[in-house]
Design a protein around this ligand. Structure first.
Ligand SMILES: NC(=O)c1ccc[n+]([C@@H]2O[C@H](COP(=O)([O-])OP(=O)(O)OC[C@H]3O[C@@H](n4cnc5c(N)ncnc54)[C@H](OP(=O)(O)O)[C@@H]3O)[C@@H](O)[C@H]2O)c1
Length: 239
């Protein structure tokens, strides 16, 4: 399906994977609305992108603001959900469960709030693409909390695809991707993880945000794919 005539909302569109998706969709000729909380960062992120790109500052945890946003936007074709927080990692024995709860509040709940709020305005035959994480499936020690957040989302994809059809519902499940998300962790920890990944992964390096955006673009554009969780992980789930 050509993306030229399509109106696409990218929630989390000011950074990393979401920003790369915005750039890809705009290049393909779609009208793109990038959404994130920080208005200044959003404006500078999308400034200069070629194509039809707009930005709206909005918190995906605020249901009233979401309902207002979608009502003002009106009918549209595709929703992409790339927002997340950063909490919930750590070995279970010492895991701060309050931090894990905040991790759910920052990713699981807003992704569902946005998806549900969008439904009255989403075209039949359009799509919702969630972005989860490969931690949902790789049983990596120290990531049980992240597995819970992302596994909860991934376990809903098939059911939502059946319930919401002909709207298609899919997810991309990334491995380690070099985005600003990693700026929140200590630099030496980030460097150690990236090096360990480069040594262990079949592809020999961490991922780039545009590679995940390309996987998202496939799921948005392919009208016969629904209920799919597509890994984009450089082979991490094979180890
Ligand atoms: N990077 C990785 O290694 C990796 C690995 C596996 C999975 N993932 C997943 O991939 C997705 C994208 O990650 P990323 O690395 O691209 O993250 P990122 O660079 O930190 O970008 C996150 C985006 O979400 C927005 N956002 C966060 N909370 C929001 C909220 N409540 N309402 C609206 N916008 C919100 C942020 O802008 P504001 O802060 O201004 O709101 C930003 O635009 C996430 O779901 C992440 O869990 C990433």
């Amino acid at each position: 399906m050509a993306l030229e005539q399509q109106k696409i909302v990218v929630m989390g569109g000011s950074s990393g994977v979401g920003l790369s998706a915005v750039a890809r969709f705009a290049k393909a000729g779609a009208e793109v609305i990038a959404v994130a909380r920080n208005a200044d960062r959003l404006a500078s992120a999308i400034e200069g992108l070629p194509g039809r790109v707009g930005g709206i500052a909005l918190d995906g945890t605020d249901r009233e603001a979401l309902d207002d946003f979608f009502t003002t936007l009106g009918n549209f074709d595709h929703l992409v959900l790339t927002l997340s927080g950063g909490e919930g990692a750590g070995e279970f024995a010492t895991l701060d469960l309050a931090a894990l709860r905040r991790g759910f509040e920052a990713k699981f709940w807003p992704q569902l709030e946005v998806a549900q709020a969008s439904l009255p305005w989403l075209r039949k035959g359009g799509s919702i693409t969630f972005v989860t994480a490969i931690s949902a499936r790789i049983a990596n020690p120290g990531t049980s909390g992240l597995a819970a957040i992302n596994g909860a989302l991934e376990s809903m994809i098939g059911t939502l695809a059946r319930e919401l059809g002909p709207v298609r519902v899919n997810a991309v499940s990334p491995g380690v991707i070099d985005t600003p998300w990693w700026n929140a962790v200590p630099a030496d920890f980030k460097a150690a993880v990236f090096q360990q990944q480069a040594e262990a992964l079949p592809v020999g390096r961490v991922g780039r945000p545009d590679e995940v955006a390309q996987a998202i673009e496939f799921l948005v554009g392919n009208g016969f794919t629904t209920g799919t969780v597509l890994p984009c992980d450089g082979g991490l789930s094979l180890l």
